[in-house]
Structure formats: C-alpha cells, structure tokens
Design a protein around this ligand. Structure first.
Ligand SMILES: Cc1cc2nc3c(=O)[nH]c(=O)nc-3n(C[C@H](O)[C@H](O)[C@H](O)COP(=O)(O)OP(=O)(O)OC[C@H]3O[C@@H](n4cnc5c(N)ncnc54)[C@H](O)[C@@H]3O)c2cc1C
Length: 430
C-alpha cells in the first residue's frame, strides 16, 4: 500500500463505513471516528433503495432563476428556507449553473457508471457474510397522472445504454392495481424497474460496521473530531473528544458536516444539507415493491409488515428540526395513494440531511493541497446506492495512489472555476 497503512476515516455513515470496509479488505489499518453512533446520520432513516437507474442529478435542465423563486414556497417538495437565503445564495448560484442539458447528461452518465456496480458489490457483501436485510423486490414508479409519468419514463431511457432494463410503457388502472395491490385507485399509472432492490438502512450500517470490525477496523463512537494538525502538505493527526489520533491518511466522510470540518484546513467543499423526513406506518396491504409516488415526490419502502415513507428536499442549513407542516404534507401525499393504513397515526418521525454538492454529484477525491487527505461525500439522494461502489473506488485510490477512471467526474477541483464564496460554515443548529 502506497504511503503508509494507517487510515483514519472521519464519519460513520454509509459513506465512511463502506470506505472503511473496502480499505480493510485491501489491507489498510483503519479507524472510524464517529461523533455519535455509527449510522446515526442521514444513513439511518432513509428509504434504503439501491436504485442506480435513478441516476439523474438534482439540478435539472430548465430551472430558471425566476423558477427558483417558487422553491421559497413551504409547500414545494424542493424547498429553500427564505431565512437561510443569504447563506445559501452562493451555493444556489452554482446549483443553477448546472441546470442545463449538458451538465445533466454528464451527471447522469457519471452517476450511472459509478452506481452500476452496486448489485455486484452488495452480492459480494452477502457472500462475505455481511448481515443485513436485503429485499430483491423491484421498484415501482407510480402517479395519478399518466402523461407526466410517461415523461418520467422517457427521462430514464438513456439509462438503457448502461445496461439498465426499463419497461416499454406504463401499466394503467386494473393492470397496475393487480401488479401493486397496496395502491389506492387514486393512482392510475406506473412502471416497474425490476432490477432495483432495497435494504433496511439501519441493518445495512450495522452489518457493514460489524464486518469492518471483523476485518480489524477500530470503530470509535462518541468521538467528535474537533480539529486537525497539519504540517506542510500533510495532515499529521486529528483531535477528537476521545484524544488525538495519528494516521498516514485521513478520509473525511462526515456527510453534511464535512464542509465545516474541512474549512478548518482551508479546504472548500461546497456541500449543503438537503433535509428530508421519514416516518413508519402499518399499511393494511403491504406493498410488494418499493414505490416512488412521482407526482407527490414521496418514496415508500416495505420492511416486513411496516412501510417507511420519506420525502421532501429542504435547504435550511445544518439542522434536524422536524417541520410539522412539511411532514404532514408528506403524510397526506402518501395516504391518498395507498389503501387505508391499519392505524391512522404515523410512528418514528425522523429527519436526515443529504449532503449535496451544487452539481448533485459526489465529491470523491484527494483534498489538495494536502497529499494525504481525502474526501468522500455529496452522495445526495443516492447514498445507499453509491456507498459500496464509491467506497470501493476511493479505497482503491487511497491504497494504490492511482485514481480509478470511474472517479474522474468527482474531483474537488471541478468547483474551482467559481470564485470561492466567503461564507460562514454551520456546524449545527444555526
Ligand atoms: C428521507 C431520505 C430518504 C433517502 N432515501 C434514500 C434511498 O432510498 N436510497 C439512497 O441511496 N439514498 C437515500 N437517501 C440519501 C442517503 O440517506 C444519503 O445520501 C446518505 O445517507 C449519506 O451518507 P453519509 O455517510 O455521507 O452521511 P451521514 O449518514 O450523515 O453520515 C455522516 C456521519 O458523520 C458523523 N460526523 C459529523 N461530524 C463529525 C465529526 N466532527 N466527527 C466525527 N463524526 C462526525 C455524523 O454523526 C454522521 O454519522 C435518502 C435521504 C433522505 C434524507
């Protein structure tokens, strides 16, 4: 292994855990340093979809600056909190600059290439004895509006180039309700992506952490990283609540907290938190598939006799505040689309922050000017899907010193053509 074997991984979400797991498989001596419990951030209460065909990045073509004003409406699925606008403005301008067909196509292609290995790698984990709940049940994309849904299917067509199989057309009404009996008759059209699977995220994090420990990875929980010591182009050690730690290499995979951490080293990672909510319900008819309700932007995932429902993308800084109005909206959108639930109330309300770069793509790179510092974040809406392939690729980069070609689109210096914004980094709560 080039440049020393000891690697410190900051952050124990799916990004950090998968990186640690694949580093250990390549012979590195790894310590994961997590401020809370592993898998307690965005990687906990999400939908768990392994859905690489959904590779379209968040900035979509055609979003005008005027159109972005509509996102200040609290009812919008993609929502910008007006009180945070001043802080968000430099990032939003960058985001808007990627809302064009060329950037979208580049993002889609890059994500499709990276995500394509997820099934092979998850199968590999199963073969290695990693224990987690895996459901090979396919994913149904459904809507009350067949015209809008046909446009969604057309948007996914380029994915066929990358080996993803899509149906020729939608199924409607009786045929749809037969395919997915959990849906109510408000939902009129759908199409099934059979290749997609889902995991129970909590079990996935737990399983990978246990497998990493079995490979010799040390996992420190309750050990917030507060500072770094560097000399010249090398990070020498990190200061944590549990003491100082030295490593030959450091990977920061701290999700939405990454920018504030790396700002201490003068490294700008333009990632914002895209908050989403989820909760559990007990449906009277459990869906046979994971279901994306495309018209209301709500994702529903069956786990045994329960279903997790999640949605919204809210830019309101680094905070885990549960906005009642937005949760109620998500509940209403889902309730109308399914048969009655056994109990009307919802359980386990949760918020998580997706780390989102302005082009919607991950940041998987060495963090110049440091020669032994790496960053693995920005997995956006795809962290469970990208966790294994991104972790494997960055582990290869770190251990061999050669960047795998699949990581070329995810360099940090792709943002350097923008003037560096003067901004305050939020650690939490502000
Ligand atoms: C509602 C919702 C639904 C989603 N559904 C899906 C889905 O179906 N499929 C999919 O692929 N993706 C989904 N996602 C996206 C996915 O959850 C994220 O992309 C992914 O969890 C990000 O993982 P991460 O490891 O980068 O961040 P996190 O999971 O947030 O992990 C970062 C970790 O770093 C730790 N940390 C922070 N600061 C420090 C510090 N100073 N010192 C030490 N540790 C620190 C935190 O405690 C945290 O554990 C969803 C997200 C949401 C919100």
């Amino acid at each position: 292994m080039s440049g020393g074997r000891r690697v410190l991984v900051v952050g124990g979400g799916v990004a950090g855990l998968c990186t640690a797991y694949y580093l250990a498989k390549r012979g590195a001596e790894v310590t994961v340093v997590e401020s809370n419990r592993v898998g307690s951030g965005a990687s906990a209460g999400n939908g768990g979809w392994l859905c690489p065909a959904q590779a379209g990045p968040l900035p979509e073509p055609g979003l005008t600056l005027m159109g972005m004003r509509a996102l200040l409406n609290r009812d919008s699925a993609l929502y910008l909190n007006p009180s945070k606008l001043r802080n968000l403005a430099p990032w939003l301008l960058r985001f808007w600059s990627y809302c064009n067909p060329r950037a979208y196509r580049h993002g889609l292609t890059s994500m499709a290439r990276l995500g394509g290995r997820v099934f092979e790698l998850v199968e590999g984990m199963v073969d290695d004895g990693v224990e987690f709940d895996l459901y090979r049940q396919g994913m149904l994309i459904a809507s009350h509006d067949p015209v809008a849904l046909r446009a969604e299917l057309a948007k996914l067509r380029p994915m066929e180039e990358f080996g993803y199989e899509l149906p020729a057309d939608l199924v409607s009404d009786e045929e749809l309700w037969e395919l997915e009996p959990a849906l109510s008759d408000n939902v009129h059209a759908g199409f099934l992506i059979n290749q997609h699977w889902h995991v129970r995220p909590e079990s996935f994090n737990r399983g990978i952490a246990a497998a990493a420990r079995a490979l010799g990875v040390e996992v420190l929980e309750g050990a917030e990283v507060v500072d770094f010591q560097a000399s010249g182009p090398r990070v020498r050690s990190i200061r944590t609540a549990a003491g100082d730690l030295e490593g030959d290499k450091v990977v920061v995979a701290a999700g939405s907290w990454t920018p504030a951490l790396l700002a201490q080293l003068g490294v700008d990672v333009p990632v914002q938190a895209g908050k989403g909510y989820s909760f559990m319900v007990s449906p009277s008819v459990v869906p046979r598939h994971a279901v994306l309700l495309a018209d209301v932007h709500v994702g529903c995932t069956p786990f045994g006799d329960q279903m997790r429902i999640g949605g919204t993308m809210e830019f309101s800084g680094v905070n885990l505040h549960l906005d009642r109005h937005r949760i109620d909206q998500t509940i209403a959108g889902a309730r109308a689309s399914f048969r009655e639930w056994m109990r009307p109330e919802v359980e386990s309300e949760w918020a998580g922050m997706r780390p989102i770069a302005p082009d919607g793509l991950p940041v998987l790179d060495r963090a110049a000017p440091y020669e032994n510092l790496y960053v693995a974040t920005g997995y956006s809406m795809q962290g469970m899907t990208l966790g294994p392939p991104a972790g494997d690729a960055i582990a290869e980069f770190i251990t061999t010193g050669r960047r795998p070609s699949v990581l070329e689109p995810f360099t940090l210096d792709r943002f350097s053509r923008f003037p560096r914004p003067r901004r305050r980094y939020e650690r939490d709560g502000s």
